[in-house]
Design a protein around this ligand. Structure first.
Ligand SMILES: Nc1nc2c(ncn2[C@@H]2O[C@H](COP(=O)(O)OP(=O)(O)OP(=O)(O)O)[C@@H](O)[C@H]2O)c(=O)[nH]1
Ligand SMILES: [Mg+2]
Length: 318
């Protein structure tokens, strides 16, 4: 019988779906699969799309997919914790187009839960991206609902981050105030058919002029009507231009290095958390420390310090 790895590499979408389910669950099976497929990963252009609920992210993603397919490129979409279901044409008024995409063998759309990670990007997401890259997707779009920290997490994961806003929602003002403007490589004022779109765009441009910009990239602010596809071609052009800019200014490798760094530190923290949970049950020393804190004999800082030593010594010996 062929392995999941062989089936995935030969273009079997069911194997891809299975592989993503495996890496989503984590554990040894996931680690082995990632090890097997790691050498085929790391090649796609990762585009993060974020913004408040209901600004039209999924509608924009759908229109972008159509745009990308015009160039014949293979494109995958990961929708992380969507508040509305994505796959299978569930988007109101968009059934027919979505249906088109799901019939297209060069498109893959998948929803993922972030399993309680407030950052919006869990370790499983990094590995799911690897599975999609190994399968051969050239562009991977990651949609996350922007709620505080998740914008920052997606910006760390993606090569190009698109921040979507809509007119009249106060979103733009909110974004400017909360300092998330810095994460946008491209700004989209969606629902350009509604009043106030140009005003929003002007405000964003004005605030960008005040934003510190060490990379040398000047984020474009584009008005679009995702529902009709108007302005979406320019968004795709801007995304390609941004990737080229990163390559030419040697910032792509730096971004990817930062990404690996945050993934690794998250992974180490996760292993430490698991070890701690196990040690809490297993280790008499840790149980004693807990009892001492409860009894008021030991302060929590000293106890935590002792527990850390215990875990890492244990790790070294193991
Ligand atoms: N008027 C107008 N409505 C739009 C446009 N694009 C999307 N919408 C509508 O906005 C609503 C939300 O669209 P979605 O694409 O689901 O928004 P989203 O940001 O993905 O939403 P969540 O994933 O739930 O956060 C839907 O009713 C869309 O039809 C647009 O360009 N103009
Ligand atoms: Mg959505």
């Amino acid at each position: 019988m062929k392995t999941i790895k062989d089936r995935l590499l030969s273009g079997d979408k069911r194997a891809l779906a299975r592989a993503i389910t495996i890496v989503e669950s984590g554990g040894k099976e996931a680690a082995d699969l990632v090890k097997d497929l790691f050498q085929y990963a790391g090649r796609a252009h990762l585009i993060g799309i974020t913004g408040s609920p209901g600004v039209g992210k999924s509608t924009l993603v759908d229109a972008l997919v159509s745009e990308i397919r015009k160039e014949g490129k293979k494109v995958a979409v990961l929708a992380i914790d969507p508040s509305s279901p994505f796959t299978g044409g569930a988007i109101l008024g968009d059934r027919i187009r979505m249906q088109d995409h799901t019939m297209d063998e060069n498109v893959y759309i998948r929803s993922m839960a972030n399993r309680g990670h407030t950052g919006g990007v869990s370790l499983g997401t990094y590995d799911a991206i690897r599975m999609l890259e190994a399968f051969g997707f050239e562009i991977i779009i990651i949609e996350t609902v922007g709620v505080g920290q998740s914008e920052l997490a997606i910006a760390k994961t993606a090569d190009t981050t698109i921040l979507v806003l809509m007119p009249g929602s106060g979103d733009d003002i909110q974004a400017i105030k909360s300092g998330i403007m810095e994460i946008g490589d491209i700004f989209v004022v969606n629902k350009g058919d509604l009043p106030g779109a140009n005003k929003s765009a002007t405000e964003i441009i004005a605030s960008l002029e005040l934003t510190h910009n060490p990379s040398g990239w000047h984020p474009p602010v584009l008005v679009a009507i995702s529902e009709s596809g108007e302005g979406v071609e320019r968004i795709w052009e801007a995304a390609k231009k941004h990737k080229m800019f990163l390559e030419e200014s040697n910032q792509l490798s730096q971004r990817r290095k930062n990404k690996v760094q945050s993934e690794l530190s998250e992974m180490v923290a996760e292993i430490a958390r698991q070890n701690l949970a196990e040690s809490l049950e297993r280790s008499q020393e840790i149980r004693d420390a807990l009892a001492d804190v409860v009894a008021g004999k030991l302060d929590p800082h000293t106890a935590a310090d002792g527990i850390l030593r215990n875990i890492f010594n244990h790790q070294v010996e193991a």
